[in-house]
Design a protein around this ligand. Structure first.
Ligand SMILES: CC(C)(COP(=O)(O)OP(=O)(O)OC[C@H]1O[C@@H](n2cnc3c(N)ncnc32)[C@H](O)[C@@H]1OP(=O)(O)O)[C@@H](O)C(=O)NCCC(=O)NCCS
Length: 169
C-alpha cells in the first residue's frame, strides 16, 4: 500500500519502501542463505519484482518498510500486512548483517515497527510465523517480546515445523 508511516531510533530509520528499494530488497532476498530461511525459496526476477511492487502499492492493509542506517545505507526491509480489527501480521524481514556492521538490527527494526504500529496505526496486536529451525529469526522475535502461541508441521515442507508467535502492543 502506498503509505507514509515512518519511525527512527537506535541508529535505524524505517520508511515506506520505494520502487528502487524494492529492487535492492529483491537482490538481498535472492541470496541462497536468505531464501533457505523463507517459506518460499524461489528466486525472483527483476520484472516479477516490479509487478509485485506495483500490485503491492494498491493493496490495502499491506505496509512494506525499508530499513536504513542513520547514514542512509540500505540494510533491508520488513512488513506489516493483513491489517484487520486492530491486528496485523509482521513478516518479510531480511537484514543484511554485513551492511549493518553489527548484529541485532532485526530486533531494533521489529521493536520500532511495533512502536509505529501502536502509536501511529493504533494497532493492539501483532502476530507472526516462522520456521522453528530459523534460530536467528526466533531469537530476534523473542528478544522483541513475542511469545509462542502454536506449533504446526509444515504441509509444504514435511519435517519442518512452523512456529506461531504474537505480541500485545
Ligand atoms: C532474522 C534476521 C532479520 C535477524 O537479523 P539480525 O538482527 O542481524 O540478527 P543477528 O545476526 O543479530 O542474529 C540474531 C541472533 O541469532 C544468532 N544467530 C545468527 N545466526 C545464527 C545461526 N546460523 N545459528 C544460530 N544462531 C544464530 C545471533 O548470534 C543472535 O543471537 P545473540 O544475540 O544471542 O548472539 C536475519 O537473520 C535475516 O535477515 N535472516 C534471513 C531472512 C529471515 O530468516 N527472515 C525471517 C523469516 S521468518
Amino acid at each position: 500500500m502506498d503509505h507514509t508511516f515512518s519511525i527512527s531510533g537506535d541508529g535505524i530509520m524505517i520508511t515506506p519502501m520505494t520502487a528502487p528499494e524494492s529492487e535492492l530488497y529483491r537482490q538481498l532476498r535472492n541470496r541462497p542463505e536468505v531464501r533457505a530461511r523463507l517459506f518460499s525459496h524461489d528466486e525472483i526476477g527483476k520484472e516479477a519484482q516490479e509487478a509485485w511492487f506495483s500490485r503491492y502499492l494498491s493493496k490495502p492493509g499491506d505496509y512494506m518498510f525499508t530499513v536504513r542506517s542513520e547514514g542512509g545505507t540500505f540494510l533491508g526491509a520488513c512488513a506489516l500486512y493483513d491489517e484487520k480489527d486492530g491486528r496485523a501480521e509482521f513478516g518479510r524481514i531480511i537484514i543484511d548483517k554485513k551492511a549493518a556492521g553489527r548484529g541485532g538490527v532485526g530486533c531494533i527494526a521489529l521493536s520500532l515497527v511495533c512502536r509505529l504500529a501502536k502509536e501511529k496505526m493504533g494497532l493492539h496486536k501483532i502476530t507472526l510465523d516462522l520456521y522453528e529451525d530459523n534460530v536467528p529469526a526466533r531469537k530476534t522475535y523473542e528478544r522483541a517480546g513475542f511469545v509462542r502461541t502454536g506449533l504446526e508441521s509444515s504441509e509444504k515442507e514435511p519435517g519442518r515445523m512452523i512456529l506461531f508467535m504474537e505480541k500485545e502492543l
